[in-house]
Ligand binder design. Structure first.
Ligand code: ZN
Length: 245
């Protein structure tokens, strides 16, 4: 049976960020730089007391490397040594955030939760519900839409949504650039932003920009465009940042 949570994963992640921001003493949006490891150290461990082992050997499942695992009953998060912090693998922050999501959200279930990269894809609705929740938590924790909006506007001096209209020249800041595909367009806009968001891979940031509708693909029908429609998510109205301008 699927457990219905009394809160959205996004709301839980926002609460977590509020504690983090208060802990760091940040007063404005421009001060905030997200660091998943630091969130674990400052907020997650003191609250949840899940120990973190980030040089585990998690092996493979169906030929795919397992990057993270949460064992609820042992209060343990395991991260595979192939992406441990000293490797500087950019998948580490998202994997850690995903596992923190399981630990925050799924504490009442005796679960054996594994993270397999190819299953981590926000557009695949056949994904197990627990995984979707952990993904939503991780995405919001690492790249909260309000923080992303702030950095995006700051970077591109705009409050507008960028539209992709097919291969063309696009004005980005002062320059005019030829951009062939939607993927190139998303990667181009995503690249300068990752440094504020735990140095996640630029591909992940590009995907988030599309999911949160910062980039709209005008070459497809409106219905196919956007999963997130973040402007309309009702959790946002009750989960805004406190004490930060
Ligand atoms: Zn998972």
């Amino acid at each position: 049976m699927v457990k219905i949570f009394s809160f959205a994963p996004e709301e839980k992640a926002t609460q977590c960020l509020n504690i983090y921001i208060a802990e760091k003493g940040w007063k404005s949006m421009g001060d905030i730089v997200i660091d998943a490891q630091d969130i674990y150290d400052c907020v997650f461990y003191p609250v949840c007391e899940f120990r973190l082992i980030n040089d585990a050997n998690l092996g493979y499942e169906n030929g795919e490397k397992i990057l993270g695992k949460t064992i609820i009953t042992d209060k343990l998060i395991l991260i595979d040594s192939s992406i441990s912090p000293h490797t500087n693998d950019r998948r580490y922050p998202m994997t850690l955030a995903h596992e923190m999501g399981h630990a925050f959200l799924h504490t009442e279930r005796d679960l054996y939760l594994q993270y397999i990269p190819s299953k981590h894809h926000i557009n695949e609705m056949e994904h197990d519900l627990n995984e979707l929740h952990a993904d939503s938590f991780a995405e919001t924790l690492i790249a909260h839409p309000d923080l992303l909006r702030y950095r995006f506007d700051q970077q591109y001096k705009t409050c507008n949504i960028f539209s992709y209209n097919g291969p063309d020249f696009y004005f980005i800041n002062e320059g005019k650039e030829h951009i062939p595909t939607l993927k190139d367009f998303s990667l181009r806009l995503a690249k300068p932003l990752t440094k504020y968001f735990s140095n996640i891979p630029v591909e992940t940031m590009a995907e988030i920009l599309q999911n949160f509708c910062f980039i709209i693909d005008k070459t497809v029908k409106p219905k196919q465009r956007c999963m997130g429609e973040y402007m309309n998510q009702d959790w946002k109205s009750k989960a805004m940042f406190k004490n930060v301008k």
